[in-house]
Structure formats: C-alpha cells, structure tokens
Design a protein around this ligand. Structure first.
Ligand SMILES: C[S@@+](CC[C@H](N)C(=O)[O-])C[C@H]1O[C@@H](n2cnc3c(N)ncnc32)[C@H](O)[C@@H]1O
Length: 394
C-alpha cells in the first residue's frame, strides 16, 4: 500500500493524540500499517503484529502517520537491533528491529503485492527471494557526514549528525578507516556540513573524498558486491544462450552488466547507455572489444534513435524513479527477443510494467512477464532489488 491512493471517508485522529494501534503489516517505504476508526496509519519502526502506543505526527485527509511511544506487546518478529546506533536514532537503517527472516518475508511479499496491484491481470512465475550472503558488513560504499567534531550519519528525519565509531552494515575495511576520515574531514573545515563518500575501489584500496555541488563522487556502483555477483549471474542466465544480434545495456553505470554481457554474447554488438560522464569514462577505459560501444546519453533520448530488432536483448537497470512511459512504449514497439529489467524500487517497476503491458495491448501485441525474483541487496533496510524477464510474442 502506498500513501497516495488510500480511500477517504475516515476521520483522522488529532495531531499529537496518543492511541493504541495493532500493526497489520508493513508497507512499501518500510513503515507498519495500522487502522484506527477506518483510517490507515503509517507507523515507522513497527513490526507486524506489534501492539503499540503511538502519537499522531501527521494527519492528512486520507491517512495519518504516528510514532511509537511504547511497544505494549511486541510482534513475534521484533528483535533487539544488532546495532546500538539504530536505537539512538541513526537514519541509515530502518528495519534492524526485524528478524532477518521477517525482512525477507516482507520484501518477497511487498514486491509481489506491488506488481499485482498495478498489473492484476498479468500472471508470472514468482521465484523465492534470494537472500544476501551477508546481512551485516555488506556495504562497500557509504556517504557519511561531518560537522564540527561530529562524524556519522544523519539522524532519522533530521540534518543533525549522529556521531558514530562504527557502522554494522559497512565492510570492515571501510569502518577501520573512520578515525582517519574523521580527522581528515575536520581538517577540511569544521563549521560547514561536509558530505563525504568512502568506498572500496576495484583494486581493494580505500578511497574517500568530499561530495560537492560540482563533484557527486563515484556516481553509482552496486553497494553489496556479495549479492551483486548473484544478481549478475541471474541476469546472464535468464538472458539465456541465444545468439542475439545486438545487446543493449540501458542505465549501464560503469559496465557492471555490460562487460559480462559482452563476454557472454561474443558475436553480438553490445551497446551501453549511461548519463553520468564519470561512469562512461570509467567504462570506456576498460573497453578492449571493438563490438562494444558506450554512449554518454539519457536513455530516453537514446531510444529516439536506437534501432532495436526482434533478435536483440535489452537489459535495463534504471534508478529508483524507474524508466518512463516513452521508454516502455518504445520497448513494446521494438519487440526485442528478451528484456531483463532490474529494479531497485518495486513501485516504479510495477508502473513501468503497466505501461509496457498497456502499450503492447494498444499495439495489438501480446506481452509476457515470464519470471520475477526479489533480491535481498540492502539488508536491515526496506530497500529491495528485483529482476524481471519480459517478452513480446513475435
Ligand atoms: C541503478 S544504477 C545501475 C548501474 C549499472 N547497471 C550497475 O549495475 O552498476 C542506474 C544508472 O542509471 C544512470 N542514469 C540515471 N538516469 C539516467 C538516464 N536518464 N539516462 C541514462 N542513465 C541514467 C545512473 O547514473 C546510474 O548509473
């Protein structure tokens, strides 16, 4: 359930009032959902079946939000969070209070429900969620903040920095550098907020620097390398052993999928399309294959001139906002042999698939969503990765 499309009719409880709630389930975005006099109330940091005393913090016409004042009776999947900073209000994670099993169960269910809500008629094989090999110490890139002598992450819903010495979801190689980076950040000027980026580079060295208006740091890289490998192998395996004529990797980043695709589909021409010049430069320095071309372009502009044929493969891995109606329509009209859509937001994936199915129908074509699988890429948070395989009858 998302907050935008709730039915009205119920009375919102008063702002600041305290009420008892029972959490029914969790929503996209990570909050618990409870009902009070017919009104849906979103409760952050709740667990399914929790009974809580909660204070109303936002009262809208169609929904309200509340913060937990006291957990009166914990649900069966509530646990003591492994990281002490979670209880101090660190804004980095929002699901540490849930057992790993519950986190996975919720993600699996939320992806399915979201896809079905937007595409009720579409049938698909829904494979079990792939758990992450690591649930802690998995992040290889983080963006801490520093101000004065504080170094850490923003507190929840705030621009105050919670000072930290460690981060349990970050790889050891990075957290052992915290004292050095803290000192470096202080030396850069203590009074202004410093946004930093720390990451493990391809050669395993530790890099860090400032994020500024002119320099957005790395741009993008997969943060969970342990799970990325499985995602990549799944994408290659779903793409199959067919001899494609062309392979398009849209939203290619620095080539996470592009280079393995080029290695697998040796006779095909491979096209990577990416908007961030830094990522394109990084990819271009690694190109050894005349059949691989990398375009610095917005995907929508690229699609206006791309010639995609019925013997081609399209892989797309857009940011959280998803693709666009134009792109999904162009893909529907092009009828590539296979489309592998990798998504980090179930709502934008579900919406893009709806556009795809609507447009194939309008064009008199029949589309299939052959299989879908959720991937646990970001344990301890509500974020989830999903891979979907699409096809249009020729
Ligand atoms: C989720 S990342 C995936 C990157 C790559 N596939 C990977 O696995 O590392 C999405 C990428 O799309 C790029 N991007 C965002 N908007 C774009 C657009 N309109 N056109 C092209 N690339 C875009 C971002 O810079 C980012 O590299």
């Amino acid at each position: 359930m998302s907050k935008d499309n709730l039915k009205g009719g119920a009375q919102a409880p008063l702002l600041g009032s305290k009420i008892q709630l029972k959490i029914e389930k969790l929503a996209v975005g990570g909050s618990g959902i409870a009902r009070h006099d017919g009104m849906v109330i979103f409760v952050p940091l709740a667990a399914p079946d929790d009974e809580v005393l909660a204070e109303i913090t936002l009262a809208k016409k169609n929904f309200a939000e509340a913060r937990i004042v006291e957990v009166l009776k914990p649900g069966p999947s509530r646990r003591t969070p492994p990281c002490s900073y979670f209880l101090q209000g660190c804004g980095g994670c929002n699901w540490q209070h849930l057992t790993e099993d519950e986190q996975r169960r919720q993600k699996h269910q939320l992806v399915f429900e979201t896809l079905k809500k937007f595409n009720p008629q579409v049938e698909f094989e829904y494979l079990p969620l792939k758990p992450s090999p690591r649930v802690l110490r998995y992040r290889n890139r983080i963006q801490p903040k520093a101000k004065g002598n504080r170094f850490g992450f923003f507190e929840r819903h705030s621009h105050e920095i919670l000072d930290i010495q460690d981060c349990l979801i970050t790889e050891d190689a990075l957290t052992t550098k915290f004292p050095e980076v803290r000192q470096w950040a202080v030396s850069k000027g203590a009074n202004d907020l410093k946004k930093l980026e720390m990451y493990i580079a391809d050669d395993e060295s530790i890099r860090y620097g400032l994020i500024t208006d002119e320099d957005d740091g790395v741009g993008f890289s997969q943060v969970n390398r342990f799970q990325n490998e499985d995602l990549l192998q799944t994408a290659l395996s779903w793409a199959g052993d067919h001899e494609y004529s062309k392979v398009f990797d849209l939203y290619a980043g620095s080539g996470n999928f592009t280079f393995p695709l080029a290695k697998k589909y040796k006779s095909a021409h491979i096209y990577g399309v990416e908007l961030n010049p830094k990522l394109v430069d990084k990819a271009r320095t690694q190109i050894r294959d005349k059949k691989l071309t990398y375009f610095l372009s917005d995907v929508e502009s690229y699609m206006r001139r791309a010639v995609i044929g019925t013997n081609d493969l399209v892989v797309l891995d857009p940011p959280r906002a998803g693709a666009s109606e134009y792109i999904m329509r162009a893909l529907a009209a092009a009828r590539p042999r296979k489309i592998i859509y990798i998504s980090c937001h179930p709502v934008s994936l579900a919406r893009d698939l709806q556009w795809f199915f609507d447009w194939t129908q309008k064009l008199g074509l029949r589309a299939h969503l052959d299989r879908v699988q959720a991937f646990e890429m970001f344990p301890q948070t509500d974020h989830v990765e999903t891979i979907a395989e699409l096809r249009v009858d020729s």
